[in-house]
Design a protein around this ligand. Structure first.
Ligand code: GDP
Length: 171
């Protein structure tokens, strides 16, 4: 079959230790991944091909804290803003990032607030209502994941691609 292949760039933001690297490496092994397109130059740059609704899309994940990339907003299709649910400071950093993206950069692109480490339930400091309200305030989607246990990571991957496609249709 002839597949019209589209490629998207997803920037993963968040302070050190919240699980960005773990999430990206779990994306690589998702059942939705048709193939790993392989890293370009650097190990940290991760590109995969995702098959969803009969259509294949390439997703390139960039972690600006590791990858030396020139973050030109025009090449970005979606932002993941990651915090860990056991770390209030990380949550506050993520709220600041949402503010920067929406109010300072003024982007209308897909932004997903990701609450990671939900497996650490007894150490949880940020409840679902509070986090969801913050996401809503900044017109973002909200996802809860455990990269360690690979919980809801596939759903997040699919959600990213769905949101990017929706955004493109609505333009
Ligand atoms: P990064 O600095 O944001 O890239 O974070 P890493 O992916 O390197 O993860 C930091 C630490 O948190 C590592 O020890 C991971 O194993 C751990 N970690 C990442 N995700 C989870 C998770 O969902 N649950 C738990 N319990 N630990 C996690």
């Amino acid at each position: 079959s002839s597949t019209e292949q589209s490629g998207f760039t997803v920037v993963v933001l968040g302070p050190p230790g919240v699980g960005k690297t773990s999430l990206i490496s779990q994306f690589m092994t998702s059942e939705y991944v048709a193939y790993e397109a392989g890293s370009i130059d650097r190990d940290e740059e991760r590109t995969i091909s995702v098959l969803l609704d009969g259509e294949e899309s390439t997703l390139n994940f960039i972690d600006p804290s590791r990858d030396e990339v020139d973050l030109d907003e025009t090449i970005v299709d979606a932002y993941l803003v990651v915090f860990s649910t056991n770390d209030r400071e990380a949550f506050e950093v993520s709220i600041e990032t949402l503010f920067q993206l929406r109010n300072e950069l003024g982007t209308d692109k897909t932004v997903i607030l990701v609450a990671n480490k939900i497996d650490l339930a007894r150490k949880r400091e940020i409840g679902i209502e509070e986090a969801r309200a913050a996401a809503h305030q900044y017109d973002c989607k909200y996802a809860e994941t455990s990269a360690a246990l690979n919980h809801h990571v596939d759903e997040l991957l699919v959600g990213i691609l769905k949101q990017i496609r929706l955004h493109m249709e609505n333009r």
